[in-house]
Design a protein around this ligand. Structure first.
Ligand code: GDP
Ligand code: GDP
Length: 451
């Protein structure tokens, strides 16, 4: 009886070359989770397995301890076992080492995984601090989607990784204890963030980032300090403003006279993503005289996916004098950047300073919202009210909801069956309005109750 249940659990397999931290991650998960249901000796000497539970979701975690076919020197038997494990897995965690970067071996495995096509999460380990975490974008080159950072050793982002894992194995059954705890009233304390907010100024070359940066710094009559940036060649700038300190991320190109060559689109994209990653808010600058270009759109999509709140700045606005032109550009922003429809749009002139003052309150507010945490009781009240006002079709229902994470605020909804996408948008709006989240991005995660 127990045996049968066990085999039905989704299987998550960790693979990666030696020394990337597979065992450390495995052990971290053991330490991180509330309950280890069972730990049993592996099938082979190297293979470790355990039944894991996170937020009530159960799955089987396997550390193969071995390696995938990459060279003749490898033990064929181990490789065959790993290969079999990969093929039968519900999710692969492909672990890499962010402190080393992409290696030939990583590339070989990535290419094998791209061929076999199991569901893969690319995980970049040893992201021990912000700087290391920003280095993960290099791993985009492996062609396995967005790299997830974690520090197995220090536990940094381990909870986020577990969140993501259980959202990728939607069939993971919910434990009985967790079902019983539905309705539990738990207050989550608001965590104050003492660190200065971090702001990224991003956009294509020549849209006016440096001009705006100098304007912002000059206008506040601020004290400015250089500090080491998130990556080796980056410089961040700490600015003491009237509202308190603010860090502008990766300002190397804006502070030096000779600019870093930003012409290679890929490089500037990686650079922008790193900056956004290390930031609490992104100011996305567009040259209004050019409208929204394809390159703006691509950059915007990636920045949006990084989940950081965004303010769209239509710069050089003083050059658009014709009323019809103004309307056309505003419409273009709505149409081409529709996926950012919650982001405020400000029209400014970095050159003359017109409109720049509107930025400060927006910045302050967005930062505050980003770190907010709403008590579980209130989330459930808002969801219940919303469902009463407008029930979903076919008896689908949210049974329980929690805010699982901040930065950005992430809500987990436990549902009895799938909810239509439009209904989820409705719930998102309800949460946004009830708690005044404004334009900050919200993430909703939906978990279906195991039958
Ligand atoms: P495996 O061979 O892939 O199982 O790798 P291990 O788990 O044995 O880790 C290899 C080495 O990397 C050990 O010295 C670990 O302490 C170290 N390590 C693992 N995770 C991290 C991490 O997040 N940060 C740092 N700095 N070191 C790590
Ligand atoms: P960056 O590459 O994004 O940092 O762009 P810069 O700040 O170097 O600006 C590129 C060019 O646009 C420079 O010649 C600026 O003087 C000009 N520029 C920047 N902001 C404005 C603006 O608001 N209006 C006008 N007319 N020109 C601007």
């Amino acid at each position: 009886m127990t045996e049968i249940q066990e085999t039905q659990l989704p299987v998550v397999v960790i693979v990666g070359r030696p020394n990337v931290g597979k065992s450390t991650l495995f052990n971290r998960f053991i330490g991180e989770q509330a309950a280890i249901v069972e730990d049993r000796p592996g099938v082979t000497r190297d293979r470790k397995e355990l039944e894991a539970e996170w937020l009530g979701r159960r799955f089987r975690l396997v550390d193969t301890g071995g390696w995938l076919p990459a060279g003749s020197e490898l033990d064929a038997k181990v490789s065959r076992q790993v290969e079999a494990a990969v093929r039968s897995a519900d999710l692969i965690l492909f672990l890499t080492d962010g402190s080393v970067g992409v290696t030939d071996e990583d590339e070989a495995v990535a290419s094998w995984l791209r061929k076999v096509k199991p569901p893969v999460m690319l995980v970049v380990n040893k992201a021990d601090n912000d700087r290391r975490e920003a280095d993960r974008w290099e791993f985009l080159a492996l062609g396995l989607g967005e790299p997830y950072p974690v520090s197995a050793l220090h536990g940094r982002r381990a909870g986020d990784l577990l969140d993501e894992i259980i959202s990728r194995v939607p069939d993971a059954p919910l434990s009985e204890e967790y079902q019983e705890s539905y309705g539990l009233d738990e207050d989550i304390v608001v965590v104050g963030d003492q660190k200065p907010p971090r702001v990224a100024l991003i956009g294509r070359p020549n849209v006016g980032k440096s001009t705006l940066f100098n304007r912002l710094v000059g206008e506040d009559r601020s004290v400015v300090h250089d500090m080491p940036g998130t990556t080796r060649d980056a410089i961040d700038t700490l600015v003491e403003t009237e509202d308190g300190p603010v860090v502008f991320v990766d300002t190397a190109g804006m502070r030096r006279r000779s600019r870093i060559d930003d012409t290679a689109e890929y490089y500037s994209l990686v650079r922008a993503l790193r900056a956004v990653d290390a930031s609490d808010i992104a100011l996305f600058v567009i040259d209004a005289t050019q409208g929204v270009t394809a390159q703006d759109q691509r950059l915007a999509e990636r920045v949006d996916a990084a989940g950081c709140p965004i303010v769209i700045l239509l710069n050089k606005w003083e050059l658009i004098e014709d009323l019809e032109d103004r309307e056309r550009i505003e419409l273009e922003v709505k149409r081409k950047l529709y996926f950012m429809d919650d982001a405020p749009v400000l029209k400014i002139s970095a050159l003359t300073g017109k409109g720049v003052h509107k930025l400060r309150p927006v910045l302050q507010e967005a930062i505050e919202q980003y770190h907010r945490r709403v008590p579980t009781r209130d989330v459930n009240r808002v969801i219940a009210d919303a469902q009463q006002r407008q029930p979903a079709a076919g008896g689908a229902k949210v049974m329980y909801a929690i805010q699982g994470a901040t930065d950005p605020p992430t809500f987990t909804l436990f549902v009895n069956r799938e909810l239509p996408h439009t209904y989820l948008r409705y719930l998102e709006r309800s949460i946004r309005e009830a708690f005044g989240f404004g334009s900050t991005p919200l993430k909703l995660r939906v978990r279906k109750r195991g039958d």
